[in-house]
Ligand binder design. Structure first.
Ligand SMILES: [Fe+2]
Length: 179
């Protein structure tokens, strides 16, 4: 495991401030902490709370720089695998396919998508077909990725609640056992 200190994690999340979130009204830091808040409200455990908060961490400059050319979900997963474990990494990697999964399996989900999210769905390949849905369902932590995806889609309110950074750091300390 590569060590990730509280300080480094805080810097990484704070570094998302002011970074645009593709056509939405929130910046990346607010989006991250609002996804984390929604996870906490739903009773998520520490790993899932961290996965929700860090699902787009592949867009943070230091993570992008460390994984040039990778899509943000894969860069974020690579970053997380060495520091936060396989479950957090898998959920981050799957949060993009989870959108294509939900569009294919939940009729109500489409109505929740923002215009920017509908536009990006086309670029992402549109709804999954039946074999892709079955393949997704068989992956470890698929249900966690779907939960994070729903929080991701809901975390776009500039006036909405956000998790305190201190709560993210506390979850990280419990998970990694200190520092
Ligand atoms: Fe997101």
């Amino acid at each position: 495991m590569t060590t990730l200190t509280s300080h480094e994690l805080a810097d990484l999340i704070d570094g998302l401030a002011g970074l645009p979130y593709g056509g939405e009204a929130v910046d990346q830091r607010t989006h991250a902490l609002q996804a984390g808040w929604l996870a906490a409200r739903a009773g998520a455990d520490d790993e899932l709370l961290l996965a929700a908060t860090l699902h787009d961490i592949g867009r943070a400059e230091p993570v992008r720089a460390a994984h040039p050319g990778l899509p943000h979900e894969d860069a974020g997963a690579e970053f997380a695998r060495a520091r936060l474990g396989d479950r957090v990494a898998a959920v981050i990697a799957l949060h993009v396919p989870a959108k294509r999964y939900l569009v294919a399996t939940d009729p109500a989900y489409n109505a929740l998508l923002s215009p920017a999210s509908v536009a990006s769905l086309r670029r992402q390949g549109g709804p999954m077909d039946a074999s892709e849905v079955a393949e997704f369902d068989a992956r470890p932590w698929a249900a966690d990725a779907v939960a994070v995806r729903r929080w991701d889609d809901a975390a776009k309110d500039p006036d909405g609640p956000v998790l305190d950074l201190a709560d993210v750091l506390a979850a990280h300390r419990r998970l990694t056992g200190g520092n």
